[in-house]
Design a binder for this molecule. Sequence first.
Ligand code: HSE
Length: 344
Amino acid sequence: VRATFRVGLIGLGHVGAAFAERLTGDPATVAQAAGRRVELGAIAVARPEGRQAPAPLVPVEKLIADKKLDLVVELVGGLEPARTYVEAALRAGREVVTANKQVIARFGPTLAQGGGLRFEAAVASAIPIVETLAEALAADRISAVVAILNGTTNVILQAMIQGRPYQEALREAQSRGLAEADPSADVDGHDAAAKLAILIMLAFRHRVDSESVQRTGIRGLDGATLRLARGQGQVVKLIGAAVLTPQGEIHADVRPRRVPQHDPLAQVDGVMNAIRIRAAFAGDLMLAGPGAGPQAAASAVLADVIRAARGLPPSAGARLAALARERETAITPLGPAQPYPQAG
Ligand code: HSE
């Protein structure tokens, strides 16, 4: 029997609490999946005073330096101090699992050079797209990615079409734990752009600067515009799309697009996300599922922890690390013109 695998958790917000509950609520199922016991050894939070937690609360520096921990899970979100924690934990010899798309999109290649870095939850939460690109499609050639990558905006767009005001729909997304701490990250397209940049690096194997993904959010839209599109047989979705041309150029952006009603992406409602991939050998694939929410994100975090406990290689991290010395490929916006890469 292998020794107990010990996990430290930084951050106990919506996702952190759901992940801790999965680990501690049903340890037998987790142990069976991991091939060994997995224990939550310590938790660090920004304001520990008076907080209840399912494992001892310790200062973050102590958690990162604790040699008895095998792995650190970072669920703080945002660029700093999350990036510093990830870097420090890797430098201290821990494996790291994170759901942080901003940190991975901006610093993933550099950080992944420092050790085992896993980030399945960073893109589309419960949809297992990160390891699918890094493992299942590792030897394929991917030429296009078209996706709905933000649950909050998808919920808001749907509510607006039903005649509910934007602010009310946003508040609902916040109360369900879907929205980012700063909802501008959702509604202005930053969150989707970061996820698209990660997908581009994994799928096209080129390093890109996530800041150079042109983005247009959903603030300018109103219910009347959405209903007008629907009357014309189209559904407005916030779409992240990327194409790798045969010349090796990358065309990509995030913007609201009118999706024909018969396109499967038009059926992706509420908190669902979907990612369509055009692969030379596997063909056209579409993965869909819950793209936001505490349980969905915790599910992907736990999957990474189990892979680490089983000793499986951090394939997606290794793929980003391989790009670390590469210069960033420029991104040309696809622009609003139709057609963007369509189904079939
Ligand atoms: N705020 C994000 C969303 C959470 O709404 O999709 C998942 O990354």
